[in-house]
Design a protein around this ligand. Structure first.
Ligand code: ARG
Length: 468
């Protein structure tokens, strides 16, 4: 283990040692260890930059690459955190720098940080992290959307019906396939937000920006950008080290994806109650009660429902840490980084949990279909038929409403006699007729739903390719 003074990356201009408690308070290691593999890559980019600029000999560049390979292997093997936590490092960047200095010959190890600041290092590492997590988020959301569409196609085939609600009150009959496609579309948009972040993350490489003003060393910034997969070096050092747009957009994408999963989860929590009886969650995704022997609870969907709130909290917090700081790097951005990582990791975990729980969810299509007409959900179709017979919308609404009131008092559904009395004997009075009678594109008619599913599947296929 490196000595205490070599664990900090500064010290020469200070006459007394730092307060250990303040160094501990200022350490971001617990938050940024997740970035270790990206920092190792970032350091490889800097080796390319130093080497390309003639600032490192071939031998020293090779020695540094070998040392970085070893650190990368330690990170993958899970042994690096123990090294990092045993020291009093300010962050993962300092810990990796120290480990490289242990592993590489002194001349090479001591040269790695030439022309580099943790400011351009943190900015670059965060972008590499954002690229990786945005890809995972995109893939995860696209996979969920695809599973939803597979179920939608099967439900279109079976013709299962569902009483769509507004305000949780029975509204209009729809196809279950229509609901599933609607749900999938939220995940398609979530995947698109991740794809946008993925693309933006590699647009411009901050490495070589130094602390704030660039460098008087002949760094080969293009070599670094190429090594790390960026399109080009960034165009303004001050902006590059101080902005966190992609990081915040990543957390925004994660938050919005989690909210998408949260809203679907709310439906599934209700659907699995015996009172609804629309769905059953398999044993592998259900939990029991420590007291009530009969219980089966849909905890994963409840936790995903709540996770979105927690993640939104990290997003609100991350935004707040960037409010009012100047354009450059300020230590506040360490807090931004911690929240971005925490929220993003939790969002990806919530998406994974949602996917696993959904795999365990089976629908009771018979029960759904049987209840699709409950609560006078065909009333709007009757009103539409009255309008088509030549009455105004206001009149149609009133006369059908009166039939609903009468049927309710008599404890029955709307029926053919109501339709006849309204002068619309051919109007549908059941849920199936209602769904089949829809005429607009984007509606719940079987033909429109088939089109919608095909559209969504095309979007998913596009999102499954890497971004342009
Ligand atoms: N731990 C800091 C962070 O994560 C590293 C950057 C510190 N830079 C500095 N000039 N003190 O943001």
């Amino acid at each position: 283990m490196a000595s205490t003074e070599s664990q900090l990356q500064w010290g020469g201009r200070f006459a007394t040692a730092p307060d250990a408690a303040l160094i501990a308070f200022g350490s971001s290691l617990a938050d940024d260890l997740t970035l270790a593999r990206f920092d190792v890559r970032c350091s490889r980019g800097h080796v390319a930059s130093l080497h390309g600029g003639g600032l490192l000999s071939d031998g020293d560049a090779a020695a540094l690459r070998t040392a970085l390979d070893t650190v990368a292997a330690e990170v993958e093997a899970g042994t690096f955190p123990a090294f990092a936590q045993a020291g009093s490092f300010e962050d993962v960047h300092g810990a990796i720098d120290a480990r490289v200095r242990e592993l590489a010959p002194a001349g090479a190890g001591e040269s790695l940080h030439a022309g580099r600041s943790r400011n351009d290092q943190v900015a670059t590492t965060l972008l590499l992290y954002a690229n990786d997590r945005a890809r995972r988020g995109r893939e995860s959301c696209a996979r969920i959307a695809s599973v939803l569409e597979t179920r939608a196609a099967a439900a279109l085939e079976s013709g299962a019906l569902l009483a769509a609600t507004t305000h949780w009150q029975p509204a209009q009959p729809v196809l279950l396939a229509f609901w599933l496609d609607a749900c999938a579309r939220g995940f398609v948009r979530a995947a698109q937000r991740f794809a946008d972040v993925e693309e933006a993350s590699l647009a411009a490489c901050p490495l070589g920006s130094g602390a704030v003003a660039g460098s008087s060393l002949p760094l080969d910034r293009w070599a670094a950008a190429r090594e790390l997969g960026f399109a080009r070096p960034s165009g303004n050092a001050l902006d590059s080290i101080g902005e966190r747009d992609v990081a915040l957009d990543l957390l925004h994408a994660g938050t919005r994806a989690a909210i998408t999963a949260s809203r679907a989860s709310e439906e599934f929590v209700l659907w699995t109650t015996p009172a609804f009886g629309y769905a059953r969650l398999g044993d592998a995704a259900s939990t029991g009660s420590s007291l009530m022997p009969q219980k089966r609870n849909p905890d994963p969907f409840e936790l995903v429902r709540a996770a979105a709130g927690r993640i939104a909290g990290t997003y609100g917090g991350a935004l707040a840490t960037t409010t009012g700081i100047g354009l450059s790097y300020h230590r506040d951005l360490q807090e931004t980084k911690a929240l971005v990582i925490r929220g993003t990791e939790h969002a990806l975990a919530a998406l994974d949990a949602f996917a696993r729980a959904f795999d365990q969810l089976t629908f009771d299509e018979r029960a759904m279909t049987a209840h699709a007409g409950d609560g006078y959900t065909v009333a709007t179709d009757l009103a539409d038929a009255v309008i088509l017979s030549g009455k105004t919308a206001r009149t149609a609404h009133r006369v059908v409403g009166e039939r609903v009131l009468r049927a309710e008092i008599e404890g029955r559904a709307l029926d053919a006699a109501d339709a006849a009395a309204l002068g619309i004997p051919d109007a549908p009075v059941d849920a199936r007729g209602s769904v089949n009678g829809k005429r607009t594109p984007g509606s719940t008619s079987p033909a429109a739903v088939a089109d919608a599913i095909a559209q969504t599947q095309a979007d998913i296929a596009r999102l499954n390719g890497a971004p342009a």
